[in-house]
Write a protein that binds this ligand. Sequence first.
Ligand code: NDP
Length: 317
Amino acid sequence: MSDVFPVVIIGSGPAGLTAALYTARANLKPLVIEGLEAGGQLMMTTMVENWPGFRHGIMGPDLMGEMRVQAERFGARIIQGDVDSVDLSTRPFRVSLSDKEYRADTLIIAAGASAQWLGLPSEKKLVGRGVSSCATCDGAFFKNRPIVVVGGGDTAMEEAIFLTRFASKVYVVHRRDKLRASKVMQDKAFANAKIEFVWNSVIEQIHDVDKGEVTGVVLRNLLTDQVRTLAVDGVFVAIGHTPNTSLFTGQLDLNPTGYVVTTGTKTTVEGVFACGDVQDFTYRQAITAAGTGCMAAMDAERFLEHHSAPAHQETTA
Ligand code: NDP
């Protein structure tokens, strides 16, 4: 028989660790399964300047390290590992890792979303060093500097428009000659004098890995096969996010793009809550993820107050 926990939290980004802090302080002894991308997307960011309370900013990994220690201080148990499968058909819910199974009276899903990347080796090496997937987080580093945004959807348009506040020039590189973005966003982007579109083109390489900073991108025009280098100081990849919800397909309602459907933080299964980027495709900020993490913790606590738990055995992680 596997251990039963009042609260199991899947994910250890700002949402998961805030849920852990609150449920730990409520003496619910949460178990956090940190996931493959422990600490979440902020682990790939350098300076975070929009987390309230740090007037000079804080490094993303440092912020996550603090959150982790704070949650542990109140009794949260954080274990390494990635969840292989869940069974939400009956309470306690079952959460399986490769070598162990846990049972949970309530489950908080904080598995986050992963930014989609172009998949270039140079991109991977320069993430956090001029390559970013979050204009709100990193835009201010590019004051009066030229940058590239990749993508043709609403996110790319929104980020390009936002980045014109800082950048001297924003090139939008799109692989087709038609945008996927909504008409209103297209119109705004077309009307912005700082934005220049580079159509039918893809980025083949990002310079300069040796220097550890972005100095330009190599572009290929897909129609003419022409290759050229564009001098820029930053690359914002805005080609979509994928919520980490494949575990839950068929067990709770997901929207057509895969995000968990929530009312507040309640999912369509009683006792299962979701918070952060796994259910939020609108705001996608660390602070909003933390806010919903707090809400999920309070919702789980209230749920436990009103629903008697099946008989518990001693919990060990
Ligand atoms: P989308 O999937 O809508 O767009 C992704 C874009 O990236 C597409 O233009 C796509 O090109 C391009 N792309 C995908 N993969 C690659 C690749 N490997 N190389 C180059 N280009 C690539 O994602 P978004 O994040 O823009 O939007 C997600 C959802 O969120 C949408 O429903 C959107 O409407 C919504 N949203 C709404 C906002 C708002 O209303 N303010 C703001 C932001 C998002 P192609 O077009 O050729 O497929």
